[in-house]
Design a protein around this ligand. Structure first.
Ligand code: MTE
Ligand code: MO
Length: 383
């Protein structure tokens, strides 16, 4: 594989793996704004970044279980109604490093910033599918039924040199309310190479692995995609499963991400001056479930206070769910009086009243995915 033509990247990113390039911003940079600038948006790759030289010849082939397959050029995609969807993308491996500290896991290490929130601009997949005769649907069934497979231009070793691919249920793909996009813009600018230029899929509320970058083809298929990242990766196993007894076929590919919440204003161990300390971070949930509450404790979990939440720059309470960006994170903030060294914890509740697991051990799994355990940081009070 050829890593000699990688794009430039911001020097402040923390690099977790160089080839393929995997990097995340510093905690403080991550929550500096509600919309994450593309420079500071985590980059998660499985191979070299492909180059699309001739945008006029670039096209996406739609085939499989359709009456007539169709080639879509960029101009065809731009001709469809354009939507801007603010959506949080989170890698299933976010917070893997912390999980691996309790017991070894396999995978790229990530701190807490394999997540970002962007305004994605593009065509709705439901509109694209209508062009090949697939009617819009209004109910989503998570499993069973046909799938829509996304095949990429990039090549990776997990697919033995073949393309990265993934699929989602047709019922989600063809549902305009699921807001699945073929996006050509990120934060009002053309996608850059790291994030999928010229065209990528965005599946809001679902783990990042299904949002295929550098789209090459769309296949309508009878059942879920049989690719590596659907069948041999990104599945959630119980703590008893290890590399000797694993049977991948017993589990389904992970789709929605669970409720998550992280403190970003403090590192794992920080020194603070006794007195008022501002505690802030992000909270997000999958499936379009908004954040109902963020609880923060500064006494190791004995007592809790509620943080304020915002989806704008300043902090304010979101009073009406109808005003909120349903696929996007919230930033939270609370000020606490800290006089002694202590452990600070944050945990969130989503709109379905789902809560986070208290201990990472309870959700430990051999691939180190979905660490959504209560987020804890230690502070040392010192003048
Ligand atoms: N698409 C392709 N073609 N190749 C990839 O390696 N990585 C996936 C997904 N789409 C990947 C891909 C994973 S695991 C994640 S978390 C997101 O892209 C990351 O998107 P980002 O790099 O834009 O943050
Ligand atoms: Mo990911």
């Amino acid at each position: 594989s050829d890593y000699s033509k990688e794009p430039p990247r911001h020097p402040s990113l923390q690099i977790n793996s160089k080839e393929p390039f995997n990097a995340e911003p510093k905690r403080s940079a991550l929550i500096a704004s509600y919309v994450t600038p593309s420079d500071f948006f985590y980059k998660r790759n499985h191979g070299p970044i492909p180059i699309v030289e001739d945008i006029n010849r670039y096209c996406v082939e739609i085939s499989g279980l359709v009456q007539h397959s169709k080639q879509l050029f960029m101009k065809d995609i731009r001709n469809l109604p354009k939507y801007n969807v603010t959506a949080t993308l989170q890698c299933a491996g976010n917070r893997r490093t912390a999980m691996s500290k309790t017991r070894t896991v396999k995978g790229v290490g990530w701190d807490v910033s394999a997540i970002g929130n962007a305004v994605w601009g593009g065509a709705k997949l439901a509109d694209v599918l209508e062009l090949v005769g697939i009617p819009k649907l209004t109910s989503v069934t998570q499993f069973g039924g046909k799938h829509v497979e996304f095949v990429s231009i990039d090549r990776c070793k997990e697919e033995k040199g073949g393309p990265y691919k993934a699929s989602i249920p047709l019922s989600q793909a063809a549902n305009p309310e699921a807001d699945v996009l073929l996006a050509y813009e990120m934060n009002g600018e053309p996608l850059n190479r790291d994030h999928g230029y010229p065209l990528r899929v965005i599946v809001p509320g679902v783990i990042g692995a299904r949002s295929v970058k550098w789209l090459e083809a769309i296949n309508i298929i009878e059942e879920e995609c049989q690719g590596f990242f659907m069948q041999k990766d990104y599945k959630m196993f119980p703590p008893s499963v290890n590399w000797d007894n694993i049977d991948w076929s017993t589990r389904r590919p992970q789709m929605d991400f669970p409720v998550q919440c992280v403190i970003c204003s403090l590192e794992d161990v920080s020194t603070v001056k006794p007195g008022k300390v501002k505690i802030s971070g992000y909270a997000a949930s999958g499936g379009g479930r908004g954040i109902e509450r963020v609880d923060v404790s500064v006494d190791g979990g004995k007592t809790w206070m509620e943080a304020s939440r915002s989806q704008k720059r300043g902090i304010q309470y979101i009073s009406d769910a109808a005003d909120s960006d349903k696929w996007a994170w919230v930033l939270f903030e609370v000020t606490a009086d800290i006089q002694h060294s202590t452990e600070i914890i944050a945990k969130a509740v989503d709109s379905a009243a789902n809560v986070q697991p208290e201990k990472v051990e309870d959700v430990w799994n051999l691939r180190g995915i979905l660490n959504t355990s209560w987020h804890r940081v230690k502070v040392q009070a010192s003048y």
